[in-house]
Design a protein around this ligand. Sequence first.
Ligand code: ADP
Ligand code: MG
Length: 451
Amino acid sequence: MSNYLQSHLQELWNTTLQNISASGHFDPAVFNTWIKDSTLFDISDEFAVIQVPYKVNKQIMMDSIEFIQQQLSAVLEQPISCQILLKNEIEGIQTSGVVKQRNDTLLDDKIKMEYTFDNFIVGKNNREAQAAALSCCYYPGKFNNPLFIFGNSGLGKTHLLHAIGNYVKHNKPEEKVLYIYSEDFVTLLIEAMKNKTVEEVKDRISEVDYLLIDDIQRLTQSTSQEIFFNLYNRLVSNNKQIVITSDIHPRELKGIENRLISRFSSGLSVSIGSPEFETSKAILHKKMEGREESIRIDDDVLDFIATKFSSDVRKLEGALNELFFKAILYNPARIDLTFASEIFKEDPLIKKDEEITVKKIKKCVCDFYGLTKQQIESKSRTANIANARHIAIYLCRKHLEMPFAKIGAEFGNRDHSTVMSSYDKMLKMLKEKETFRQALKKIEQQLGVHK
Ligand code: ADP
Ligand code: MG
C-alpha cells in the first residue's frame, strides 16, 4: 500500500475528475455514465490503480488512458502511469502481490487478467488452437514447442496468449511468464542497445519459463531477429515453452529470416478461423455477462449481430458495445431489431446491393476459411489454402465473368491454364462433395448473391 490516506486519495481523484469533466474531453453523458463512478484505489511509486465498477467503464477509460494519466499527473505534479481495474481484479492482485512487482520494467506484468481460458468460447474455429494452448500449460516445453498460432486479426490469438499467462500465474506462481508484443520487443532491445544492457536483457529473458510473443510478423528488424534467434535457441534447449502468434502461416512470413521460420515450423502450427454462428452467439452471451440486468436485448438482435460480424470477434464485440452505448444514450424500452438495424445501417457489412468485386470475393473467402489475403494469393498447396483459392477463382469467374488470365493476375500471377484447371477442379468438387456446396453457399450468402 502507499503512504496516501484513503481520504487523501479520494480528494486527489475528485480534483482529477473535476478537471477531466471540465476539459470537455468526454461528452457529458459519457463522463456521467462511465467515468464519474471510478475511484482512486491506490498510488505506489509512479503507479496508480483506478477502480471501476464494470468492464464497459474500463473499456471506455482505457481508450483515453493517456489523457487520464496526464490529468492525474498534473494534479500530483509528477508523472504517473495508471492501471484501470475492476474490483475482482484488484482483489486478485492483492492476493498475488503483483502490484509490488511492477517496478520490474522487463517482466512488468503485461498479462491482461480479463483474458482467460474460462471466458474463451471454444468452437470449431478455434478448438485446436485452444487445446494446443492448454497443452502448453500442462506440459510446457514437451510436445508443442514452439506453439505457433496463426489467423486473421480479431480471432482470439492474443486472448489465448494471455490465457496461458494467467493460467501459469495462478497455477504455477513460482514460474516466470513473459508476454511481449513483437514491436515492444524491438523497442526494448533498441533501448537496451542505447544503454548497453543488451546482455542483461537477454539474460533476464532467458530465465523465463514461458515466452509468449505476440504478432511475430512485426519482428522485422534484423538485429532483433538475431537476438531473438539466440534467445529462442537458449530457451528451447532448456525446455522452456515458447508460444508465438502471427497473422499468417510461418512459411508465408515476409521479412523474417529463414532460419527463424524453419524453427517456428518445427513445433506445432495451428490456425484459428472465424467463429461459426453458434460460437459467435456464445461469445456474445459471454461478453454480456453482468450487463444483462441493465439492458434487455432481443434474441433476434443477437442473431443479427452474430451473422453480420462473425468474421472478426473484435468487431462482434464492438457491435455489442455500440448497442449498449446507444441504448444508454437513447434509452429505448428494449433493444429490438428495428433499433439495432437503425444503429448499424451505415456499417459497410450491413449495406445491401453492394457491387461484387474481386476484393470482396477474396475477403469473404478469407473470412470463411480464416485465412489472409496473402495466403490465398500465395503459391501454397496446403489443402485448406488451395481449396479457398479454388473457390475464390470459381467465384470470380461465375459472378464477374472475368477472363482466366485476368483472374490469374489477381491470384499471385498464375497463368491462364493454371487458373482454368483450378476452376475445373472446383466444378468437379462441387458436383462430388456436399462440404464444398455448403461452403460455397455460405460464402455466397456473405457476398449477398445467394438467393
Ligand atoms: P487477435 O489477437 O487474434 O487479433 P484478440 O485475441 O485480440 O484477437 O481478440 C479480439 C477480441 O475478441 C478480444 O476482446 C477477445 O477477448 C475476443 N475474442 C476472440 N475470440 C474469442 C473467444 N473464442 N471467446 C471469447 N472472446 C473472444
Ligand atoms: Mg492480437
